[in-house]
Design a protein around this ligand. Sequence first.
Ligand code: NAI
Length: 325
Amino acid sequence: TQAPVNVTVTGAAGQIGYALLFRIASGQLLGQDVPVKLRLLEIPQAVKAAEGTAMELEDGAFPLLAGTDIFDDPKQAFEGTNIALLVGARPRSKGMERGDLLEANGGIFKPQGEAINAGAADDIKVLVVGNPANTNALIARSHAPDVPADRFTAMTRLDHNRALAQLSKKLGVPVTELKKLAIWGNHSATQYPSVQHAEVSGKSVDVDQAWLENDFIPTVAKRGAAIIEARGLSSAASAASAAIDHVFTWVNGTPAGDWTSAAVASDGSYGVPEGLISSFPVTAENGQYKIVQGLEIDDFSRARIDASVAELVEERDTVQKLGLI
Ligand code: NAI
C-alpha cells in the first residue's frame, strides 16, 4: 500500500477549511486510492476550534485518512508536506487600505514561504486560496528560492467554475458540453473570464457581445460579492470545491482537448510580465501545470487581460516597496 500523502491546510478552523477538510479526507483531493495525512495550521487562538474539526474528522472514520495533526507553527506544519493549501489569510477590515492589506498578508505568507522552503517535501505543490491570492502566492514563492517557481499557484478555479455555470445556463447545455473557457489575470473584480476560444459540443460559442460585457463578465467577476450579499458570509463550500478541483487536476491531468484556469508563474506568454502569478488557460500533465501557448487574442480580450495584469503589476510593486518580496 502507498504511504500517505502529507497535506497541509492553513486556516483550517475557518469556513473554507470546514468544507475542504472533509472532502480531502474522503479521497476527493488526490483520488480514491491515495491515503492522506492532514497537517492543520492555525493561529494559536483558533487551535481549539481546529481540534474540534479534527474530532469530527475522526468521527467520519474515513478509510483514506491516516491521521490529523494540528500546529500553530508554520515550520512544523510544512515539515515533509507534499501538498500545501494556503487558505488562512488576513481579511480586509474597515478602513484598511490595499497597502495595509498586502502588508498584513506579507506577515503570513513570508514565514509560510520560508517554512515551505526549509521543510517541505521535494515534490511540494502549493495552492494559495487566501486573498489577495495571486500576490500572496508571489510573496510565499519569493521566500522559497529552493522550490521550483512553478510549484506556487493561486486559485482562479472558482472563477472558472462560475464561468462554466453561467455559460451553461445561458446556452441551456450541461457544463460537460463546454470546453476551453478561460480566466485571465487577477482573482479580483478585474479578472477576465473569456469565451473567445470556448466550445459548446465541439463548436465555437456564439453569444452576443452585449451579454458578454453587461452580464456574463460582471456576473462572474462579482459573484463573490453577490454570495456575501445573499448568504451573509463569503463563498466557502464552492471555494473548497474549486480547491479540490485545482489540486485534483494538477495531479491527475486535464482531459484531451480541454483546459482549465489557474494562476501560475508567467513565462512571459501573452505579454504578462515573467514571474507574475497570473491566471491563464492551462493544461496539466505529469503533475505540471502548463500555460496553453499560441492562442490568438482579439482586441477586446487584449484590453481586458492588460487591465487585470496592470493591477497585478501594481500589487507586485507595492509588496516590493514594502520589502515583502
Ligand atoms: P475564515 O475567516 O472563515 O477563516 C480563515 C482562517 O484562517 C481563520 O480560522 C484564521 O484563524 C486562519 N488564519 C489567519 N491567519 C493565519 C495564519 N497566519 N496561519 C494559519 N491560519 C491563519 O475565512 P474563509 O472564508 O475560510 O476564507 C479564507 C480565505 O480564502 C480568505 O482570504 C478569502 O478571501 C479567501 N477566498 C478565496 C477564494 C478564491 O477563489 N481564491 C474564494 C473564497 C475565499
